[in-house]
Design a protein around this ligand. Sequence first.
Ligand code: AGP
Length: 609
Amino acid sequence: MCGIVGYIGDKRAADFLLEGLTKLEYRGYDSAGIAVNCGENIFVEKSVGRLDSLKDKLKYRMPGGVIGIGHTRWATHGRPSDINAHPHTDCNKNFVVVHNGIIENYMPLKEELISRGHKFISETDTEVVPHLLEEVYRGDFVEAVREVLNKLEGSYSLVFMSKENPDTLICAKQDNPLVIGLGKGENFIASDIPAIINYTRQTYILNDGEIAIVKKDSVKIINRRGEPVDKKIFHVSWNAEAAEKGGYEHFMLKEINEQPKAVRDTMSKRISKDGTKILLDELNWDKDFLAGIDKIYIVACGTAYHAGLVGKFYIEKLARKLVEVDLASEYRYRNPIVDEKTLVIVISQSGETSDTLAALKESKRLGAKTLAITNVVGSSIAREAEQVIHTWAGPEIAVASTKAYTTQLILVFMLALYMAQINGTVSEQRARELIGLLKKIPAQISETLSDVEPIKTFARQYGFNEDVFYIGRSLDYCVALEGALKLKEISYIHAEAYASGELKHGTLALIVEGVPVIALATQKSVYEKTLSNIKEVKARDAVVIGIAAEGDTELEKYLDHVIFIPDTDELLIPLLTVVPLQLLAYYAAITRGCDVDKPRNLAKSVTVE
Ligand code: AGP
């Protein structure tokens, strides 16, 4: 997620802008920039890389103006570079904008503006905004901004600055956070409270559709129709550290709760307006390309590997292509059977995992076609692969991967359906049905997040056990593996995931009275078999906690506790099943007093072998 700051008052704006951006560094970014209205002109300076690079550029040339905006960029459209860094301006640097989010209709807007003579210099979606403002501005800054906003589709928090209006900053909020800090003779703008908490605790938290007209001694809030909005002041009681986590106790809990938005963002722009097609313009594959592929490998580590296991199901079920999934650390040394008819898909949140990068390079050496699914634009893996599609989860700070996993599932599902539509292995009607259910997933994740009490209770009751088993069949087994990893890596409980049908081949010997077993039973196609496995462990007096789809009235007859998740197609339900397992791991770690965000022995990005 990008970081935004703005200042208007009597002091040197650049001082607050740089300090505010420094407070937002924790969010992760790849470039930064500021713009200050100096009266005669608007000063703009940007730099790829860390904030220090920007500060170095400003060392002997800090602008003196008292109104400015700043930005730290997390790239989604356009690689990290000085040019792509924000702020962005119109042709004549009369208007400057910083943006957080995704403007979904930027391409047609950009093409239209270019046809009318506008000159673009960056690869970003954001740059269309100042040029649109230049196009519609007739002297009324607020009206012009409103007219621009009516042309935009997608998610955005935007701050506008105009050379001709040196006493005003205008903010607009849609889906991405934006806060106004209320000072004395000065006002502050930020995407996140940590940037302003040292200056004021009196804030307006903007809601979707609201526009703030910020002057140094007044803040007026209107809606998109221009009508005044009566806004309550929100007093920030958090300390600075808590503010970085948006009020959540840990980054992990914040990121678990960010999943509805992360999933929605990752889907955005990738579904046709009529809801019938998956659009992966980054790939542009056709029947001939797929006909040239006789085998697909999915290669990854950890959570990304678990997403790959789900991806296998999706691609084989929908696109009817053979898929092998492998751990990167194994694949890279096994002299895999790979040639020019092999497609190797690597999945990596960080895009820097050493084993996955090495597996990718080995695949290219052997002649394979390569595709990367990663969350970091411009990462080593993104640059090494022939093709790349990005999850748009925003920075994931906690070591335990949560929103990266669910957005990886979304992308592998969309990739499978995209391939199926090219190959004609899924009917139009089935594709429309699946896409309709896919679009409901963000709201269903929110629903699943809305009732954490039963999960907290289990975590308190069983958080001190030293062994926990997760069992499931089919896609439930894939998610069980992810649930077990979550519990292991942050609560240090020895958790093991097992294919339910495999229990009788050994592991059942460990299932004795009181052993907690998390039984996933959402896969309708194997439900009866799953139920009989659950009865097997129940018969040995294990404590069984079921995860079932709403409407399942059978499981409760046999289990002590059942956590229900919203029902959907069995292919999509892993996106919901994983949420209670993430929360169970989180609250178990809290129960045991573990360092949730930075568990022992682990790093967020394993850049060594
Ligand atoms: C997941 O919770 C772990 N932090 C770890 O397994 C992680 O998924 C793995 O190291 C792969 O990282 P990557 O996705 O950045 O490549």
